[in-house]
Design a protein around this ligand. Structure first.
Ligand code: NAD
Length: 506
């Protein structure tokens, strides 16, 4: 065991012992509380499936309390000036930076994501807060739309208390990506974290409290999707739901929120193609392909899980890919050398293993990996895996596996690449590798995906729109797009005094 890993393990144990509560509590109206029902669930570590601790399991009563708190705090919070909100959100960002190592260790231990990525994700979370903090003073700005005899101008105002429901992959980063713009807009929040990775949400609650965020502005209720999550989506006080998770859950949430006419924003699943043409910079394309499917354990919505490789370079590219896969470092997530950690949960590992069996049944070849790994522990490790001889109609090419598993499909020319790429229910991201500029632009316009990266891996620019088409989502995040979701646009029309008002009943 390396000394760095030893130190990280020692530090995480110390941290967990320092969290004094008998169970991970909710955070409602500024107080840490257990569930009214006194129910709990157990949180397991992906590293060895040992219990990390108990978590308060929220039900509709706890959700009601949290929604009432968010509703009660809304008037005051929305009335605070944008400048004040900016200051407070920067203080929260300071708090995140101060505790970045703690956040990275906890996140890595709780979710199985490698510490090398979680350290960066913690810092990115502070950046999320700073970015939206700086936008807060102008969030309400609208447009000036003069007509002949009237001045129309629009302003935006916060929609009200909102629900934020997050998944278990990079939970802290995703949570801040949602909560920072909500708070910057002037909304209050009830957050329901994923039940498989609940720990880091409490660190954020602590940081906001220390930064001076008024009680009730951010509330956190733990629990299962079918109970706590469902209650949140049905609560009348909640005006909008920002949800990140599976497409099928998005569909349920839409139904659950229908009676109260909830506005929804969905960031859902993907089966994103990386299209590699024979004229591309193949070394870079290889780096990007490996990075985009094997980083974050492949538990990443924008992972390039379908490799579309041109027939003329197939053998060369696949051979190089196999060499790289063989060298990937699978290991303890707290080891700084680790590139792939254990999958989040035993059930998820089983789901991924089932796809290994299915690939063979469907006639694909397991060219690399394809087995579970023990690594001297009872953790949820699987081998980084490559399927070849895949056709796009196979389930391994159509369904989101959400693990370190790449399905390779060949194509002959641009037209066929486009057809295969678009032949999916999903439409989140697509990656195009070619040195033909015209082709890259033609494809970018024709690909049915919300985000296209040309000759690049997923590089995020926070003002740019993030989100998917088709079953991959509804709405966009990022910059001003986030404010469009968390705010109502109001038009104000004022007459110059020169027009005639129609006169009835003369
Ligand atoms: P999930 O849909 O199972 O759960 C997500 C959250 O929804 C959890 O907090 C869960 O408790 C809650 N939930 C479940 N059922 C609910 C219900 N009926 N009502 C209200 N809430 C409910 O997803 P997951 O397995 O945690 O996460 C993985 C999925 O997230 C993948 O499909 C991945 O692609 C997607 N994801 C998408 C993006 C994106 O930006 N598009 C980013 C990250 C993850």
């Amino acid at each position: 065991m390396s000394t760095d890993l030893e130190k990280n393990i020692k530090d995480i144990k110390k941290l967990l012992n320092s969290y004094e509560n008998e169970a991970l509590p909710h955070y409602i109206n500024g107080s840490k509380l257990l569930s009214k029902s006194n129910e709990f669930f157990e949180n397991f570590s992906p590293i060895d499936n040992e219990i990390i601790g108990s978590v308060a399991s929220g039900g509709s009563e706890d959700i009601n309390d949290a929604c009432n708190a968010a509703s009660g705090a809304f008037d005051e919070w929305k009335s605070i000036s944008g400048k004040e909100r900016k200051k407070l959100l920067h203080k929260i960002a300071d708090g995140i930076e101060d505790r970045a190592r703690e956040i990275a260790l906890v996140e890595s231990y709780d979710s199985g994501q490698a510490i090398r990525f979680m350290s960066k994700a913690a810092i990115r979370s502070a950046t999320n807060f700073r970015f939206f903090a700086d936008m807060a003073p102008n969030a309400r700005d609208g447009k000036s739309l003069p007509a002949d005899e009237h001045l129309n101008y629009s302003i935006r105002q916060p929609i009200g208390p909102v629900g934020v429901i997050t998944p278990w992959n990079t939970p802290f980063m995703l949570t801040t990506w949602k909560i920072a713009p909500a708070l910057a807009s002037g909304c209050t929040v009830v957050h329901k974290p994923a039940e498989w990775s609940p720990l880091s949400s409490m660190i954020l609650a602590d940081i906001t409290k220390e930064a001076g965020l008024p009680d009730g502005v951010l509330n956190v209720v733990h629990g299962f999707g079918e109970t706590a999550g469902k209650s949140l989506t049905e609560n009348e006080k909640i005006k909008a739901i920002a949800f990140v998770g599976e497409s099928s859950t998005g569909s349920k949430i839409m139904k659950q929120g229908a009676d109260s006419l909830k506005r929804v924003h969905f960031e859902l699943g993907g089966k994103n193609p990386v299209i590699v043409f024979d004229d591309a910079d193949l070394d870079k394309a290889l780096d990007a392909t490996v990075f985009m499917i094997f980083s974050l354990n492949g538990e990443r919505c924008t992972s390039s899980s379908r490799l579309l490789v041109q027939e003329s370079i197939k053998d060369e590219f696949i051979n190089k890919l196999c060499d790289r896969i063989a060298k990937l470092k699978v290991g303890h997530p707290l080891d700084p050398d680790t590139e792939i950690g254990p999958l989040i949960h035993e059930k998820h590992k089983q789901k991924v293993l089932n796809y290994f069996a299915l690939a063979q049944k469907e006639g694909a070849t397991i060219k690399a990996g394809g087995k579970e790994m023990t690594l001297n522990s009872n953790g949820n490790y699987v081998e980084p895996t490559l399927f070849t001889d895949v056709s796009n109609d196979m389930r391994v090419a159509q369904e989101e596996i959400f693990g370190p598993v790449l399905s390779a499909i060949t194509f002959k020319n641009e037209a066929e690449a486009l057809e295969i790429a678009n032949d999916t229910d999903f439409g989140l991201a697509a990656y195009v590798w070619t040195n033909d500029a015209g082709r890259s632009l033609r494809l970018s316009h024709q690909l049915d995906a919300g985000m296209i990266w040309i000759n690049s891996e997923n590089n995020r620019h926070l003002p740019s729109p993030f989100g998917g088409m088709k079953a991959s989502g509804i709405g966009r995040d990022g910059g001003d797009y986030s404010f469009d979701f968390y705010m109502e646009t109001k038009n104000i029309c004022s007459a110059f005094g020169s027009h005639k008002v129609p006169r009835l009943g003369k």
